[in-house]
Design a protein around this ligand. Structure first.
Ligand code: XBP
Ligand code: MG
Length: 237
């Protein structure tokens, strides 16, 4: 069980948790940027499922370059440009209006607010991607603004390192016992647990089969998480 009402702030991961951004926006944006750069690589959904084990879009590009036998160091600058272009395409895809928040997200944040519980964002995606999601997808729901936002640029080490969660707690001036995290991936789960937080997992498109034993609860949808109604633990198969 997880009782969100015991906490003063609920920290949300972004990709896969607030919206299914990976397959619907990051992946097509990567492929557009790779084509634009004249690189012959195109990623399928299966390629991307494997590459997602590496957190961070730039790190993902570097890893792919190494695995496909390229001199990743020589390609570093090109890949930095590809990553920037990917984030521009990501914003354009969201601006086109194609990506809703996950079912139950807006309702959950509004229920938390009504119960006096704040919400925050702890992601290792780029800040521009968070801004695009807020502007084009989330702002229409009339939500209170998150009380803390930690993005990839704010940390040296991405998830599963706990740095992003530790920074959020410092900014909030709260101990980990007063907050909990909602994540969709094992990397995110480990980052939050290492920072001392209780974690709820909501299963997502690419990470549904990962190992989530350390989570307090595993659910299929955010609609199953409510501040007023603690729910029973449902373990992944
Ligand atoms: C998100 C990521 C990111 C996105 C791409 O992790 O792993 O790398 O896939 O974003 P989380 P960038 O939200 O779980 O912290 O290209 O901006 O890195
Ligand atoms: Mg995620």
């Amino acid at each position: 069980m997880i009782d969100l009402a015991r906490h003063r702030c609920v920290l949300f991961d972004v990709d896969g948790t607030i919206a299914e951004t990976e397959g619907n926006a990051h992946l097509p944006a990567f492929n557009r940027a790779l084509a634009e750069a004249g690189l012959p690589w195109r990623w399928s959904r299966d390629d991307y499922a494997r590459l997602l084990k590496t957190a961070g879009g730039f790190e993902r590009l570097l890893r792919f370059a190494q695995e496909s036998g390229n001199d990743a160091d020589a390609l570093r600058e090109t890949l930095q440009q590809v990553h920037k272009a990917k984030n521009r395409h990501f914003a354009a895809i969201l601006e086109e209006g194609g990506l809703p928040a996950r079912e139950g997200f807006a309702e959950l944040v509004l229920e938390l607010a009504a119960a006096g519980i704040a919400w925050g964002v702890v992601t290792t995606t780029s800040r521009s991607n968070w801004n695009a999601l807020w502007t084009h997808t989330l702002s229409r729901h009339g939500l209170p603004e998150p009380v803390v936002i930690v993005c990839g640029e704010d940390v040296q080490a991405k998830k599963p390192d706990p740095e992003a969660y530790e920074l959020a707690l410092r900014r909030l001036e709260m101990p980990p016992q007063r907050c909990c995290a909602i994540e969709d991936s094992r990397n995110g789960l480990l980052a939050a647990k290492l920072a001392g937080l209780e974690v709820a997992i909501v299963k997502s498109e690419f990470f549904g089969d990962e190992k989530f034993d350390e989570a307090r609860v595993v659910v299929d949808e955010l609609t199953e998480l409510q501040p007023s109604a603690p729910i029973r633990t449902v373990r992944s198969a």
